[in-house]
Design a protein around this ligand. Structure first.
Ligand code: CP3
Length: 349
């Protein structure tokens, strides 16, 4: 479909990722699909989260809901960072209100040996429902020239769940494994990078135009630890992919330059703590910035939120190019009409 691909090339999101500055900054929201939308809550009744992710027509419809409603400049594929682990045959569920929980945590050298014996090629083989969901979504989006962003979890953020066995505040067990048993750590993180890469590749093969690597919990790491134990594995997950890469983490201001992964990331995501003009000075002229509306202000009076959004867009002009987003995901209790209003505001600036 040459027409669809030509209009996709002009899509503001893809232009911003290539360093171009479209007339208005593109905008999408992390977690734009999900509980803030009544139409999502209705569709999800009676279906567990990971089963919904692996039901192609459901995953495609949930991905499209926020694009239709808000007029954002991209879809983000409805799935989860633990989906490739489920595809690899690992027992995992997402507990509502809590997050991913594993039947058997991966804590010892024996646990690591057991899990890394699974060939990441198994993920690619089992990923047909993912490819089908992406194909269905892209077929709907590309007519309107709207790109689909695929994603995966970065090795550290996945390990933060897998080693603990579930959600944790400080990810102590994963951080301890790095330095107490570096051999097991590197084996596990290297394997996770292969699994995430296979998941990204499946989405790209089926038509995703860009991908985001979520290292949501990387901010719990000291900069030198991120550099030595984490960044090489994240880079292996995304190096030489045929589409642009966005690399996101919360609280990564202390090592934002390293989040560029040596230039492999076309864009770096910034949370609400670091003003974008300061972030631009750190990442330099070769990297697009994404962010960084404070999700807390989505619940503030409109005047307060509007002033904040204008400030974010103004500071974003210091970057090579800017993709407007939140500093982290949409809180589940957000009034969705506020998100639509933010999109309209950004498109008017
Ligand atoms: O709209 C989108 O952003 C696309 C879909 C998406 C989901 N998870 C859907 C989801 C994406 C990109 C993710 C990534 C993800 N999953 C991350 C990285 C992004 C981030 O927020 O930092 C992480 C850490 C996870 C792990 C995870 N999955 C958590 C912490 C939770 C929340 C648990 C809860 O109920 O509060 C999930 C579940 C999840 N993933 C939901 C959605 C829409 C909620 C499940 C539901 O609706 O019942």
């Amino acid at each position: 479909m040459p027409d669809a691909s030509a209009s996709l090339l002009r899509a503001p999101l893809l232009r911003a990722l290539s360093g171009d500055r479209p007339e208005t900054a593109p905008i999408w929201f992390m977690r734009q699909a999900g509980r803030s939308l009544p139409e999502y809550r209705e569709l999800r009744v009676g279906t567990r989260m990971l089963d919904a992710c692996l039901t192609p027509d459901l995953a495609a419809e949930i991905t499209l809901q926020p694009v239709r409603r808000h007029g954002v400049d991209a879809g983000i594929f409805f799935s989860d960072i633990v989906v490739p682990l489920r595809l690899a045959g690992i027992e995992v569920e997402i507990e509502p209100g809590r997050g991913p929980v594993f039947a058997s945590p991966v804590r010892t050298a024996e646990d690591v040996a057991r899990i890394t014996a699974i060939d990441p090629a198994e993920v690619a083989a089992a990923a047909e429902p993912v490819r089908e969901a992406v194909r269905l979504t892209v077929a709907e989006l590309s007519g309107a020239g709207t790109p689909l962003i695929g994603f995966a979890g970065a090795p550290f953020t996945l390990a933060a769940y897998l080693v603990e066995g579930g959600p944790s505040k400080e990810h102590l067990r994963a951080r301890a494994m790095m330095q107490a048993d570096p051999e097991s750590w590197h084996r596990l993180a290297g394997w996770l990078s292969g699994v995430s890469r296979a998941f990204l590749q499946a989405q790209i093969d089926a038509g995703a135009s860009a991908v985001q690597l979520f290292d949501s919990w990387a901010g719990s790491l000291a900069p030198d630890v991120f550099r030595s134990f984490v960044a090489p594995h994240s880079l292996a997950a995304v190096r030489d992919l045929p589409v642009p890469v966005i690399h996101f983490g919360v609280g990564t201001g202390a090592f934002l330059e390293d989040m560029r992964l040596g230039g492999t990331a076309a864009a770096v995501g910034v949370d609400w703590r670091l003003p974008l003009d300061e972030a631009a000075a750190i990442v330099g002229a070769d990297t697009t910035l994404q962010g960084n509306i404070d999700p807390a202000l989505l619940g503030a009076p409109w005047e307060v939120l509007e002033a904040h959004v204008r400030d974010v867009v103004a500071r974003g002009r210091a970057a090579r190019a800017h993709i407007v987003n939140l500093g982290h995901g949409v809180p589940p209790d957000t009034d969705p009409t506020v998100l639509t209003r933010v999109v309209e505001l950004v498109h008017s600036l």
